[in-house]
Design a protein around this ligand. Sequence first.
Ligand code: GLU
Length: 349
Amino acid sequence: MTQRLVKTRFAPSPTGTLHLGGARTALFNWLFARGANGKFVLRIEDTDRERSTEESVNEILESLEWLGLDFDEGPHFQSRRTEIYAAEVEKLLNEKKAYRCYCTKEELDAKRQAMQKAGKKPMYDRTCRDSGPNLGNEDTSSPHVIRFKTPIEGVTSFEDSLRGTVEIPNEELDDLIIRRTDGNVTYNLVVVVDDAEMGITHVIRGDDHLANTPKQVNLYKGLGYEAPKFTHVSLILGKDKKRLSKRHGAASVVDYREMGYLPEAMINMLARLGWGHGDKEVFTKQELVKLFTLDKITMSHAVFDHDKLDWLNAQHMKMLSDADLAERSLPFLHKKHPDARKDELAKLI
Ligand code: GLU
């Protein structure tokens, strides 16, 4: 097999602020691509039109720029790619790999409750899979969703660079909805279509997506694409071992910029959240590009320590020349002392 050009992507949903977990995902993808002389793609996953905002898109772009995580392709916007998704859904329907499901919400609720009562995992019972309108007479006017035919027997497996081969019995996987009644396609479908179409070779993302991966692997097969290699990175926790959030201080990347942290320190800190290289703590970006490998990512949860960020910031400040430090400090000083001058500040430093 010929080695494909390494291509990674950062695929944020623009529904809020870019938090540290997202920034770390972006960094790992960027480092891996740069270290392999590959390409890094930015894809804005804005299919949820109600929750996606332009403000959030701008914040993502600003944050990446501040951190110096440049992309070679994009930003692609999923909201502008609906025709591509529609064609793929059509293809699956034509090949009988997907079907229209006319079960009403009430029917589905009743089925779910019955399964729960019987102590079974609630799943769609596949009533519409091989019945009625799906046997020739396609009824496209009645309200319906489109479901993907997940294999009924056997196992679905995929390679995770940290976990090795992950296997899931197919009986645990549902016939997932790929298009809703309102015509909107769903996350699992679009992410597969995009990653395949954009030639993504390595997907590095949070382990909150681990349950989605087998569903996506089946979609890759159904659509006739090769699945990428996966790496699922553990969550970032606060010192109290709870999921990192605003309670632990700033949560967004721009907050740290506003507080005056150096992007170099932030990059160093993010890299050390779940990745390491021996006992080394202080890394420049160039060193990270050289040293970063996926197999050194830890499976255990990373803990964000604010004191460590302060310490790293001090280390990176020491690496700057006086003139550079003066230049970078000046905007902050100007907020209180509009007359402060760079040459004087440099002397003082
Ligand atoms: N848009 C998804 C998210 O922000 C990421 C999808 C992915 O990485 O596959 O959680």
